[in-house]
Design a protein around this ligand. Structure first.
Ligand code: HEM
Length: 310
């Protein structure tokens, strides 16, 4: 099975593209053509720039899936993302039919792939959102904390990010959930380092986890740490990237979580935005506002070929 590389590290540069489909006579044909060529885009760039760590992932929103492939049943957990509204914070739901996550050491290579994709879709899509993220020092989020530490590795990463036997038809696929967050850096920077550490649940300088006696119940890594009924931790793969436009005062995190079961990501979101118990919301949200939120299904490369021929 030729799985899209959803378990890779966040990388040095990442372009995130979200499109909606236009209703034209050639929409379905053009998207299917891209499905057939998509693996080759990455292959060609990897061949040309072997050192550039190229990785590109393509996903589909729920509405688009039904429109593009009416004969293929929907993957089990693919629905338009239902907004999560707590008393204090809201995880909004925003439109998106096609999604591309392009990673490379070289921003130029990311651009080249993004341009190829955009050319292939000319006339049949409109852009909903595009974010260019960068690696910040030793893998820090824009708020200064190392991001991605507790991601599972090796076999565990596939177990977390890739669909297994629960949905045999779509085995090897993944659910990508994306959210663009804007941070209130003025408020964040007013906190002392010790206070910031209590928000995240880790030390800022050396990334060591706070002990249970020090970690508040509303710390980010406390509310997102979840387990199944047998006490086994439930994990996803995160490949978040910081982005920033300092002269405009805009500082953000592009959150992306790949999961074999979207219900796992959703539970983390409910814990953050509503709280468990209700009201124990993620302290990080007092400094971070989600301005987008969209769910996509990422098929295997083999499925992409099949979808092209369908
Ligand atoms: C404002 C956006 C976000 C930022 C800046 C952020 C940042 C961080 C940081 C710095 C850590 C600690 C290091 C690590 O283990 O990676 C962390 C942990 C984590 N985050 Fe986030 N995060 C964000 C949003 C989210 C969202 C939306 C989810 C889930 C849907 C999530 C899930 C997790 C999980 C599962 C952990 C590991 C918890 C554990 O220690 O077991 N994060 N995040």
């Amino acid at each position: 099975m030729n799985i899209q590389k959803v378990t890779d590290k966040p990388g040095e540069n990442a372009f995130f593209l979200v499109y909606t489909l236009l209703d034209t006579g050639t929409t379905v044909e053009k998207v299917k053509e891209l499905c057939g060529n998509f693996a080759a885009f990455g292959r060609s760039m990897r061949g040309r720039y072997p050192e550039a760590n190229v990785n590109c992932v393509m996903g589909f929103g729920a509405d688009a899936w039904g429109r593009l492939f009416p004969d293929k049943p929907r993957p089990k957990e693919l629905y338009p993302f239902r907004e999560i509204r707590g008393d204090k914070h809201t995880a909004v739901s925003t439109p998106g039919d096609l999604f591309f996550h392009i990673r490379s050491k070289s921003a130029g290579v990311c651009f080249e792939i993004a341009e190829n994709i955009d050319n292939a879709l000319q006339g049949v899509v409109v852009s909903e959102d595009e974010v260019h993220g960068f690696r910040y020092f030793d893998g820090r989020s824009i708020i200064g904390f190392v991001d991605g530490t507790e991601n599972p590795e090796g076999d565990e990463s596939c177990k977390a990010a890739v669909i297994g036997d629960d949905d045999p038809m779509y085995k090897g696929g993944s659910y990508a959930f994306v959210q663009k967050y804007i941070h209130d850096m003025k408020a964040w920077n007013k906190l002392s380092v010790e206070e910031q550490e209590k928000v995240i649940g880790r030390r800022k300088f050396n990334d060591i986890e706070l002990g249970d006696d020090e970690k508040p119940e509303n710390a980010h890594n406390a509310v997102t740490n979840i387990a199944d009924a047998d006490g086994n931790e439930l994990k996803i793969i995160r490949a978040n990237m910081p982005f920033a436009y300092p002269s405009k005062g805009e500082y953000g995190t592009y959150f992306i979580g790949y999961a074999g079961a979207f219900s796992t990501t959703r539970r983390m979101l409910e814990n953050m935005f509503v709280g468990d118990p209700i009201g124990n919301t993620d302290r990080l949200l007092d400094f971070s506002k989600a301005v987008t939120g969209t769910l996509f299904f990422v098929p295997t490369f083999d499925m992409l070929d099949e979808l092209a021929e369908d």
